[in-house]
Ligand binder design. Sequence first.
Ligand SMILES: [Zn+2]
Length: 311
Amino acid sequence: MNRIDKSTWYVDTEYLGHDNLIATAGLETSEGPLLVDPGPTTSLDTLSSKLESAGYDWSDVAGLLLTHIHLDHAGSTGTIIQHHAPDARVFVHERGAPHMKRPGRLLKSARRIYGDDMDRLWGDFEPVPEENVTVLEGGEKLDIGGRAIEVSYTPGHAQHHVSYHDTASGTAFIGDVGGMRVHGSDYIVPVMPPPDVDLPAWATSLEKVLAWNPDRIFLTHFGPSEDVERHIRVVAERIDAFAETVRLTLDSTEQQDDAELAARFAEKENDRMRSHTDEAYWEAYERFGQPRDSWNGLARYWRKHAMSGNG
Ligand SMILES: [Zn+2]
């Protein structure tokens, strides 16, 4: 367990045995801890044992604050509620809430992407009982056990993404809005998978994070960063650069197939990442900062955009 301050901490969930990939943050309140993004079910045993060795019991947990419902952030939520913390509240954006209660469609599209690897990567995704869910729109000021938490709607990476500003620690928990930065490295990559990538919305979301004027941001991939303004500026630049590169490849090469274009983009970006980071971080970046997914997310965005007559 890593301390941010005396009542704020985070855990490396050691996803599939890897450090620095998925972090779950904890905020202590008078009603018990709140966890931000509990991660997938495949890392739940590690999260449980780390909570236990820090003196917590699942039954103490007051709530789960979900930034968004992607499997790497929210996959274990239903399992936690159904088997470990039946009274905990689950906070989720209104566009994500229906999928947490009835995950059938979400899982079907995930299975299309991950195929036979789905269970090994993510494990179960159990439904969250209706009565545990608190639906958010953005703009709320939550008071949970004396802890004041501001909620902002921050789409761009996902259309159901929210961020949380914990005023006590001065920390903005921004999920995947700020991309990925492996702890101990200062290399930042945006993570832009299909199907929700929205460039103007993303830019607005980054402005909203800055408007909180937080002392630090906290990324699910991975951990805290106090260099807030630089981080946000760099991720905005990288988002623009990714977007422009993909737009140009779509404009200029009509015979090549998507897989080939995506592979070439990924190869270039991976080379660049390798020249900026130590070997210890490559694997982490390649798993979660996978440029191939970002190529697909951006290609989908540009094609949709062109079809609506604006591109
Ligand atoms: Zn993520």
